[in-house]
Design a protein around this ligand. Structure first.
Ligand code: GRF
Length: 198
């Protein structure tokens, strides 16, 4: 069984979608939150998943924070990571230890409306301000460019005439819940294949 860590910061509805999916060959072995009051922590506990909270502000530097994070992942023998509403940007130092082993879900059609500063409701506000007619959700590998790694899955939706950022957010999070568990399953299967040789 491959071990997956899910990094969260808030509500954790994507985490819930992952916990409800029956993963073949993998299990969610750890949930890490950057926020001690994240509702996601309660979701994890109700599924009996171990949780850890690591606050960036408790560390002198990003490097020290990430070293602690790496230590934790080693302890739980984590093979891959899902960023599911994780509000911190991981540095290249951290990412190098998990090449093509970290995936992220983003509430727009990458490469539009993504990168630094595009998070939460701001993404949907920017979509409406621009006037695009289609938006959606993306899952991608995490590399050193924010929201810049290879795209794994996307799902699009047409905007309605009286769309608001809030209505769009509600629609798009449902798409995220569909594509993220599938993308994780694909990653697990890929890693297993690599491990057992082609
Ligand atoms: C999602 O829209 C995700 O794409 C973004 O943050 C939100 C997290 O929602 N990165 P939740 O915590 O999974 O409910």
């Amino acid at each position: 069984m491959l071990k997956v860590a899910v990094f969260v910061s808030g509500n954790g509805s994507n985490l819930e979608a992952l916990l409800r999916k029956k993963l073949r060959g993998g299990q969610i072995a750890l949930v890490v939150s950057s926020n001690p009051s994240a509702y996601a922590l309660l979701r994890a506990k109700s599924h009996q998943i171990p949780t850890q909270t690591l606050c960036r502000k408790d560390f002198f530097s990003q490097r020290e924070f990430e070293e602690e994070l790496l230590e934790l992942l080693r302890k739980y023998q984590i093979d891959c990571i899902v960023l599911a509403g994780f509000m911190l940007i991981l540095s290249p130092f951290f990412i190098q230890f998990f090449p093509k082993r970290i995936i992220n879900v983003h509430p727009s059609l990458i490469p539009s409306f993504c990168g630094e500063g595009f998070y939460g409701i701001r993404v949907h506000q920017a979509v409406l301000d621009y006037g695009v007619k289609v938006s959606g959700a993306s899952v991608h590998f995490v590399n050193e460019v924010v929201d810049g790694g290879e795209i794994i899955a996307q799902k699009a939706i047409n905007l309605s005439k009286n769309e608001t950022p809030q209505s769009l957010q509600k629609k798009i999070i449902k798409l995220e819940h569909q594509i993220l568990p599938k993308a994780l399953q694909t990653l697990i299967s890929q890693i297993k294949k690599e491990k057992h040789g082609k």
